[in-house]
Design a protein around this ligand. Structure first.
Ligand SMILES: [Zn+2]
Ligand SMILES: [Zn+2]
Length: 831
């Protein structure tokens, strides 16, 4: 029997798809739209099979949707600016542009070899001036709307990447890219005012029903909105006050001391006024040093130092001591907290350590409680709270807030953890910030007609580490006349965070070559939001939050009609080998080229889709790859051996009544498989179970022809077999497109299988036939249970042992032997 000539078949179809533009978008199509988007990758070099999952799932889905009758937009592009390109280029002593270009060429070839097809006429590349011109334009729209601003701030500095990072790019005190411990620097930087949209970003998470819950939860936690009261505690012997934000104003009568952050501006003057000045300053210095070095970042210690000063609790009128402690962060709230040790665990531990008063002001539901071992953080009734005694604490928030607002000593406030997005980067390989600094006019936007501000090609692009970008050394780039007054001025020499580039690329795919505007409103309004977005969960609060912000900004400017970019999100699990994520640095990658050479792209695709639920991590398994290859060989051989009846398309209608039992069984199995495969892919992308079902069908087909023998053209058996192949080829097509196209053509079809609808299962035949499994104990019939034909023997054994009557009869005895006769009986042997 001829071996499956995957090499020849795959080349043939890849060429044809490219020539005919399989996924070339027809913008005039009447079909419903389906925008299938995969996160565009860094052109980092050759892809290994671990990367493949994202693209193979996306491609299979695009093909599936095309067969379901949608006009599918499946574009691809390159997130081409950024540190990896720059670092690799420095290492190899070539220009980042060259390195990037080479990698793009390599990766495109890989997609081609995998049978992953995109509409390449819509390719976008973020480092292309034709693209970043519009990134600059969008930045300026934000600037003009007051949403891009420059501010001197203490920022996260990666000493290894030699650039600042956004808060979102600092993970547990380390750099998101390289893991180096982050330092703090004080620099003047550009920020995008994402906080302006904090409420919308948070509230609209509720509308993202088809996003993974964990991604929604991560965004919610990152934005972290809290409603509370801000109030001032006057400092004794001073005209200054300490402002605090609290979400529990009902506990203010229990605030027995104040804690402020080591970086709080009140620290220095208060320390200076104290006789213990030196001690305090030394302690504060240590707290700051610990914070910068990353020590104590995960679990800040409860250490602190008394500032030798007091402030007045505005509720009680009492003087309370002021402490400095690193557990209060300047970045949160106001950098000062009223400490309520009886009802906050951190304050409780601090009070115990320094012998401070712990005063109960919320009493749990029923009656007296002794001083607890830990803070009581629940609800209850207000006590020791003057006029509020007896008020249920749930009402306390509003009553205390009202009282403070009436007396003018505090007001309700909403606070967020979300901070504005720091977008300046002191690196070369990025989009230049289109701003000119003039001594007389201040910051001036580069006029639209002067865009793009081109990244100069020849520049010493190695990072400098002094807080300045390499572009600062390029006088030709830097010195320009001010567009406003014509005087001597300087360009901003920082580049933008690459997450700015990727915050809008999905809009550019709709008009990728338009030289007059960033995106075509009519086109994006028609095609957005993205129907299905596919990518890694590592972008949960970076890219996915920033892209939502951009779209909300554009919506607020009436530049687009939609206000969320991605209707459905799917985050695929990783492929692991030897228990860890496949990666070059760990040396556990599987090369797709060798795999394809040996077994073909369809085998690789099938395996990737078969290796478990796609949202979960999967362990690479060589044997299972071989199994997938054997399966495709089997399909091919079965087709070959029935060539004589598979030379024309299946067109006849089948008369169920006229079929033999065996024919009926196969016929029903086909209907059942159709339903199963369509539901699995449709509902949950569970290609793995869809493939299992198809494999089952081939087993049944095999068993059928074994018995049926030579099938004559015109017979019912031949019609059912043709029906089975017709359905199987279409069902497999999204997953193994090359073989499916080939067999489809050999069945005499004149057009691509992807221009053919998916088969439809008939519900009256799609139910799987069941039989009564006979369960014996020591060869005596004890029970019967209905199970589907073809149930696995192991499952039959389990079913039998789990039967209630059997459990009763067997009791504690351990079966000596279990005999399984598939499709018939199970006999349990016990003593
Ligand atoms: Zn770094
Ligand atoms: Zn000027």
């Amino acid at each position: 029997m001829a071996k499956y000539p995957h090499d020849q078949i795959e080349k043939k179809w890849q060429t044809r798809w490219a020539r005919e533009g399989l996924f070339r978008l027809d913008t005039a199509s009447e079909r419903p739209k389906y925008y299938c988007l995969m996160m565009y990758p860094y052109p980092s070099g050759e892809l290994h099979v671990g990367h493949g999952r994202n693209y193979v799932i996306g491609d299979a889905l695009a093909r599936f949707k095309k067969m379901e009758g949608f006009e599918v937009l499946a574009p691809m592009g390159w997130d081409a600016f950024g540190l990896p390109a720059e670092n690799a280029a420095i290492e190899r002593d070539i220009h980042p542009a060259e390195w990037t270009r080479d990698n793009i060429a390599k990766m495109k070839q890989q997609f081609y070899d995998w049978g992953v097809v995109y509409d390449w006429t819509r390719e976008v590349t973020s480092c292309d001036p034709a693209y970043y011109r519009w990134t600059q334009w969008l930045f300026l729209q934000m600037y003009k709307a007051g949403l891009a601003y420059r501010k001197a701030a203490s920022v996260n500095w990666c000493p290894s990447c030699k650039t600042v990072l956004a808060n979102e790019q600092v993970i547990d005190g380390g750099c998101e890219r390289c893991g180096a411990t982050i330092e703090e620097r004080f620099l003047e930087q550009w920020f995008l005012k994402i906080t302006q949209f904090a409420d919308q970003l948070l509230d609209d998470l509720d509308t993202l029903e088809d996003w993974p819950e964990r991604v929604v939860a991560m965004q919610r936690n990152w934005i972290d909105r809290s409603v509370g009261v801000e109030t001032d505690f006057p400092i004794k012997q001073s005209d200054q006050t300490l402002r605090v934000f609290t979400t529990r104003p009902d506990t203010i009568f229990g605030a027995t001391f104040m804690v402020i952050s080591p970086e709080h501006p009140a620290v220095a003057p208060l320390a200076a006024a104290s006789p213990s000045k030196d001690e305090i300053e030394a302690a504060v210095k240590k707290f700051i040093a610990d914070k910068i070095s990353g020590r104590g970042r995960t679990e800040p210690s409860k250490e602190g130092v008394f500032l030798d000063a007091y402030c007045v609790n505005p509720a009680t009128g009492e003087d309370i001591p002021i402490y400095v402690a690193p557990y209060v962060l300047m970045e949160y709230g106001t950098g000062a907290i009223m400490a309520v040790p009886a009802h906050d665990q951190r304050d409780f531990e601090f009070a115990q350590r320094y012998g401070l008063e712990i005063r109960e002001v919320i009493r749990p539901g029923n009656g007296d409680t002794p001083l607890p071992e830990a803070a009581y953080t629940g609800e209850g009734v207000m006590v020791n709270s003057g006029p509020f005694d007896g008020t249920p604490s749930v009402e306390g928030f509003d009553r205390v807030a009202d009282d403070f607002e009436q007396r003018g000593i505090g007001e309700r406030r909403v606070n967020y953890r979300l901070r504005d997005w720091l977008v300046s980067r002191q690196r070369y390989w990025g989009t230049p910030i289109p701003i000119i600094h003039c001594r007389d006019c201040g910051t001036v936007a580069v006029p639209d007609e002067d865009l793009p501000v081109l990244l100069p090609e020849v520049v010493d692009f190695k990072p400098r580490g002094d807080g300045k970008s390499p572009l600062a050394t390029n006088d030709e780039f830097k010195h320009v006349p001010c567009p406003q007054c014509g005087g001597a001025a300087e360009r901003d020499t920082d580049t933008m965070d690459t997450f700015v580039d990727s915050s809008w690329y999905f809009l550019r795919y709709l008009s990728p070559t338009d030289e007059t505007k960033a995106f075509d409103r009519e086109m994006v309004d028609k095609w957005m939001p993205v129907d299905q977005y596919i990518g890694g969960v590592e972008h949960a609060i970076l890219h996915l939050m920033y892209a939502r912000y951009f779209v909300k900004f554009l919506h607020s400017q009436d530049l687009v009609s939609f206000d969320e970019p991605f209707a459905r999100l799917f985050t695929q699990g990783m492929i692991c080998k030897d228990g860890v994520k496949m990666s070059k640095s760990k040396g556990n990658v599987v090369s797709p080229e060798r795999l394809i050479e040996r077994m073909g792209a369809d085998t690789m695709r099938l395996y990737i889709l078969f290796s478990g639920p796609p949202e979960r991590d999967a362990e690479w398994n060589d044997e299972s790859v071989e199994g997938c290859f054997r399966f495709l060989n089997r399909v091919y051989r079965q087709f070959q051996s029935h060539n004589h009846i598979l030379k024309q398309p299946f067109t006849e209608s089948i008369d169920y009544i006229a079929l033999s039992d065996a024919e009926r069984k196969l016929y029903r199995k086909v209907h059942w498989t159709i339903d199963k495969v369509l539901a699995d892919i449709h509902d949950s992308f569970h290609f793995n179970t869809a493939i299992s079902a198809t494999m089952e069908l081939t087993n049944d087909l095999y068993a059928f022809v074994e018995v049926a023998g030579d099938l004559q053209e015109g017979s019912n058996g031949a019609a059912v077999v043709r029906f089975a192949f017709d359905a199987m080829i279409r069902l497999l097509a999204p997953m193994t497109p090359h073989l499916s196209e080939e067999l489809w053509e050999r069945m005499g079809h004149g057009r691509s299988v992807f221009d053919t609808p998916m088969p439809e299962g008939d519900p009256q035949y799609a139910t799987q036939e069941t039989y009564d499994l006979v369960i014996q104990i020591n060869s005596k019939i004890r029970a019967r249970e209905p199970v589907p034909y073809g149930t696995d023997p192991k499952v039959l054994e389990k079913t039998a042992l789990a039967n209630e009557r059997v459990k009763e009869l067997v009791g504690d005895r351990k079966p000596i032997k279990v005999v399984v006769i598939p499709n018939k009986l199970v006999n349990i042997v016990v003593k």
